[in-house]
Design a protein. Structure first.
Ligand SMILES: CCC/C=C/C(=O)SCCNC(=O)CCNC(=O)[C@H](O)C(C)(C)COP(=O)([O-])OP(=O)([O-])OC[C@H]1O[C@@H](n2cnc3c(N)ncnc32)[C@H](O)[C@@H]1OP(=O)([O-])[O-]
Ligand SMILES: NC(=O)C1=CN([C@@H]2O[C@H](COP(=O)(O)OP(=O)(O)OC[C@H]3O[C@@H](n4cnc5c(N)ncnc54)[C@H](OP(=O)(O)O)[C@@H]3O)[C@@H](O)[C@H]2O)C=CC1
Length: 267
């Protein structure tokens, strides 16, 4: 009989952008599964308490450290990598989660506005992957999970900069899966649909108290934990034959078939 192995216990994972939302849920899920997590955000005041909560939780076997790191700054990413190795000895898993956007028509996005979103989503993923990847290539390999978006798979008005950066992450994932296979590194991607997070709540004013449960299959917004569970699968031996893939997790969108309808950008 085959016994599936979804175990992440004893692994060391970096999760970027983990002070709230999807990143926080990923860190908590991996730590509950016994992984040690190095989590970062731009503010120690915001990410520090998340690490404390993980370390104090009875149901989380893994340990957490918090690092203040703006992933747009390569030297700060190097510090994140160095502090992770100093604390836990290695890096087995990298989750490139930090990201964000503003919604604006293409003609209204300034050169700096475009650069900001490409830096935040794509170039940050490059910095983290190159610097953590160096540790993985010199060691015994590793697993990289990137956060794209359904807006990286399909067009949505107001999302040209975000969509382009998230689409590029999908192609980067596919390319690195091929280039780094010989180093024992698997690289995969998750493309979430609309997920209830503080970032989205702020943008769309969605009330988290009114969230339908995970069991609900009809049109709804997703829970951050529903993305975290996909990441945990990709970070586990159960996903050993997954490489260069993008898993879409979008349920049935609330307003129809696209996130832009949810955002009121399309009829
Ligand atoms: C929502 C559904 C899909 C979900 C996706 C998610 O990721 S969900 C969760 C994700 N959560 C979030 O996304 C969190 C919410 N978003 C944010 O925190 C920020 O908007 C940011 C991270 C995107 C940029 O922050 P920052 O402090 O680094 O940047 P800054 O303020 O210094 O501006 C830099 C440039 O951008 C320009 N610009 C900025 N806004 C607009 C606009 N509305 N219109 C036009 N332009 C705009 C600004 O004018 C400036 O250019 P300028 O004038 O110098 O030529
Ligand atoms: N929510 C959704 O519907 C969807 C989200 N996604 C993607 O999932 C990821 C997480 O989104 P979500 O949880 O909603 O986002 P939130 O805005 O709720 O949280 C973003 C997290 O990233 C951190 N962060 C932002 N900028 C930086 C930076 N420069 N350096 C380090 N950390 C940073 C924030 O921490 P702090 O402010 O403390 O720095 C925060 O912890 C993003 O990549 C997003 O594009 C994709 C599809 C849909």
């Amino acid at each position: 009989m085959h016994d599936s192995d979804f175990d992440v216990a004893g692994r060391t994972a970096i999760v970027t952008g983990a002070s709230q939302g999807i990143g926080r849920a990923i860190a908590e899920t991996l730590a509950t599964g016994g992984a040690n997590v190095a989590i970062c955000s731009r503010s120690m005041d915001r990410v520090g308490p998340v690490a404390e909560e993980i370390n104090d939780a009875d149901d989380a076997d893994g340990q957490a450290i918090a690092v203040e790191c703006n992933v747009r700054e390569r030297d700060q990413v190097q510090r994140l990598v160095d502090e992770t190795v100093a604390e836990f000895g290695d890096i087995d898993v990298l989750v490139n989660n930090a990201g964000g956007e503003f919604v604006a028509p293409f003609e209204e996005i300034s050169a700096n506005g475009w650069q900001t979103i490409v830096d935040l989503n794509l170039n940050s993923t490059v910095h983290c992957t190159q610097l953590a990847g160096e540790v993985m290539r010199e060691g015994s390999g590793g697993i990289i999970v990137n956060l794209s978006s359904v807006n990286g798979q399909h067009a949505a008005p107001g999302e040209s900069h975000y969509g382009a950066s998230k689409a590029a992450i999908i192609r980067l994932t596919e390319t690195l899966a091929v280039e780094w296979a010989e180093h024992g590194i698997r690289v995969n991607c998750v493309a979430p649909g609309l997920i209830q997070t503080p970032g989205v709540a702020e943008t769309l004013g969605i009330d988290s108290e009114a969230m339908p449960p995970r069991e609900a299959t009809d049109r709804r917004i997703g829970h951050a934990e529903e993305i975290a569970d996909v990441v945990r699968f990709l970070a586990s031996p159960a996903a050993s034959f997954m490489n260069g893939e993008t898993i879409t997790a979008k349920g049935v969108p609330r307003a129809g078939n696209s996130m832009s309808q949810d955002l009121g950008l399309e009829d």
